[in-house]
Design a protein. Sequence first.
Length: 353
Amino acid sequence: MILVTGGAGFIGANFVLDWLALHDEPVINLDKLTYAGNPETLSSLQGDARHRFVQGDIGDSALVSRLMTEYRPRAVVHFAAESHVDRSIHGAEDFIQTNILGTFRLLEAVRTHWSALPASHKADFRFLHVSTDEVYGSLAPGAPAFNETHAYEPNSPYSASKAASDHLVRAWHHTHGLPVLTTNCSNNYGPFHFPEKLIPLMIVNALAGKPLPVYGDGMQVRDWLYVKDHCSAIRRVLEAGRVGETYNVGGWNEKPNIEIVHTICALLDDLRPRADGASYTTQITHVKDRPGHDRRYAIDARKLEAELGWKPAETFETGIRKTVQWYLEHGDWVAHVQSGAYRQWITSHYEAA
Ligand code: NAD
Ligand code: TYD
């Protein structure tokens, strides 16, 4: 079996759902259930013996050690993190605690278990660390996309904390021999995305008749990847990645934010027209820019393609249409997130560890 951390969050939950749709290999899902963790996303796995959900902190060394001893997973896939840049600007403490200290404690608990394994199991074990392109900082217009040797130049408290965690993972390999893999992915979008991030926020606000807040001039560029393509890249790296290597993951879909917002409005105008016949674009509002806002991210994913044969299945056009349709069809999920009802789910549907 494998141990997934942060598997009630956006990408982790998509990963667990896809994994169990493709494999029978069980998953232990360790998640603290912060505001970003939503067990309702995993409701289709209720009663599925292949999924064992454990509410807990990656920084709880005793808990992680107990899980490692009890379940003896062959791999750890580490998603758990504080992930929202704007929150990291308002308060970075949780980012330091989870992304840095939590990753350190997780690495140590995993290393202790791994060190005691028989030689053959030791060689086959993997610790896959899921990271972001934001560790590389901001690109000038026209500069080549980030490859794996690009210097780390993190600019936000979030990206600095992720950069620190990447360095710890690297050091645990070089110093202790832990068989690690790291992926650095561009911005994800798709089903079950918490509506504080750009794409789900715009869809949800548009449908609620609220303003669509675009930071600054809206010309900041992100490189968008459909979440299921990120999950397939992680599965491929876990399966065949070279130990100690990092792999950049992206879909060659650079877009300015304002274009993303216009695309969402156009899809909604088509799929769910406003009652007054006006376009959703009338709700676009330019607001104060984010401090330290990175201007451009772009990922060069050629290493992953050349070495491991990975390619995304979705284009931005197919992925964004699926995403908008998903939000239109899952009003209950959105309503429970907005009302906070999803936070009660744990008491009624899952047992705490
Ligand atoms: P998310 O915020 O949606 O989910 C994070 C999950 O981690 C939540 O379920 C939360 O409850 C859990 N968690 C937080 N602190 C924890 C702790 N101390 N112990 C256990 N669980 C804890 O994040 P996401 O968007 O799914 O991102 C997952 C990972 O992928 C993160 O490491 C992030 O840095 C990385 N990443 C995200 C993106 C993106 O576009 N969202 C892109 C590249 C990389
Ligand atoms: P976000 O989804 O927060 O991801 P990240 O900051 O990690 O890239 O934001 C994506 C882009 O959208 C980023 O340039 C900030 C911008 N943005 C807005 O313009 N308005 C918003 O309300 C949000 C949440 C983001």
